[in-house]
Design a protein around this ligand. Sequence first.
Ligand SMILES: Nc1nc2c(ncn2[C@@H]2O[C@H](COP(=O)(O)OP(=O)(O)OP(=O)(O)O)[C@@H](O)[C@H]2O)c(=O)[nH]1
Ligand SMILES: C[S@@+](CC[C@H](N)C(=O)[O-])C[C@H]1O[C@@H](n2cnc3c(N)ncnc32)[C@H](O)[C@@H]1O
Ligand code: SF4
Ligand code: SF4
Length: 316
Amino acid sequence: MKVNYLRVSVTDRCNLRCRYCLPPEGVKTVAHAEILRFEEIVRIVKAATRIGVRKVRLTGGEPLVRRNLSSLVAQLAAIEEIDDLALTTNGILLAEQAKELAAAGLRRVNVSLDTLDPQRYRFITRGGELTRVWEGIELALELGLEPVKLNVVVIKGFNEDELVRLASLSLERPLHVRFIELMPFGPVRAWFREAFLSAAAVRARLEEYFGPLVEVKKLYGAGPACYYRIPGAQGTVGFIAGMSGHICSRCNRLRLSATGMLHPCLFGRGEVDLKGPLRAGAGEEELVRLLAQAIALKRSRPSSLPEIDHLSRLGG
Ligand SMILES: Nc1nc2c(ncn2[C@@H]2O[C@H](COP(=O)(O)OP(=O)(O)OP(=O)(O)O)[C@@H](O)[C@H]2O)c(=O)[nH]1
Ligand SMILES: C[S@@+](CC[C@H](N)C(=O)[O-])C[C@H]1O[C@@H](n2cnc3c(N)ncnc32)[C@H](O)[C@@H]1O
Ligand code: SF4
Ligand code: SF4
């Protein structure tokens, strides 16, 4: 599959500590000088367009804690070859920044939201305020940062009793509710077995309640989700089967970490340093060569265990 999608982590920092992503104390943050500057990210994205990248997603950590993100958005939006510029966020700071981001050229947002219960939200994120996330989602819809997709990590014993309620969000509004399989990174390793629920099981539960879901062939996006519609609904429900599915054969993406490492796969397979060469004076040709090297690694055998401790470094 051709690589046309680059996920860019703009910071390793986060304003939440989700229990499936980070330990309570967070992780050691990287020194400011180790983080790619905007101008470096822009140079990498420009080089990436030469190998076919057309879609860029900004992620984190939490991308909205990176100061002045809209200026990066504006610079990326100005790259003619990029036809999709999106953001994955926990939504806490979205209401504050959505207008500025939209004006800068951001096209759409995916917002992580695992529960509709404020207390549960506070628990799973270790302190997050659900109302702020909702304000962000509403504003995103108002501003047309669409399709607005919600990312729900499904956790047995935590939100499995909310699946129907969460899916129902797609009925009245053009919201696209995506159920993500839990992945055994970092803190999840200790409780993965008890908490995992497959995408197929989630779908079966939804169909038990709503009746057969109707497959949706096209929903704007570049990721691995499959989409369905509850008959009559405005939005859709989607499934991201990172563990049980066969999404790797369709894998079209590379990931750039906040520190400038290119990762061919979420589950390892090596990495390629771009920051070192960039700061040593590498030009666009050299960057193109390194990007091609990372793509070649994608075809190598995956390591059986994730090498990544927690997703906050790579942005999912
Ligand atoms: N296993 C696996 N999971 C992925 C991959 N890409 C995204 N995910 C997971 O899917 C979830 C949602 O990803 P998003 O950041 O919203 O982006 P997306 O689904 O690629 O975006 P769209 O362009 O809207 O389709 C995250 O939890 C990711 O960890 C992948 O390549 N492999
Ligand atoms: C790492 S976060 C980065 C962007 C932003 N902070 C957010 O939460 O949307 C990206 C996505 O990864 C998901 N994620 C984190 N840890 C995960 C895990 N162990 N299994 C499955 N998804 C996970 C989150 O739910 C989120 O949707
Ligand atoms: S999932 Fe996103 S919001 Fe939650 S701790 Fe990880 S990076 Fe932060
Ligand atoms: S696990 Fe690796 S190869 Fe498979 S879809 Fe995700 S990034 Fe691509």
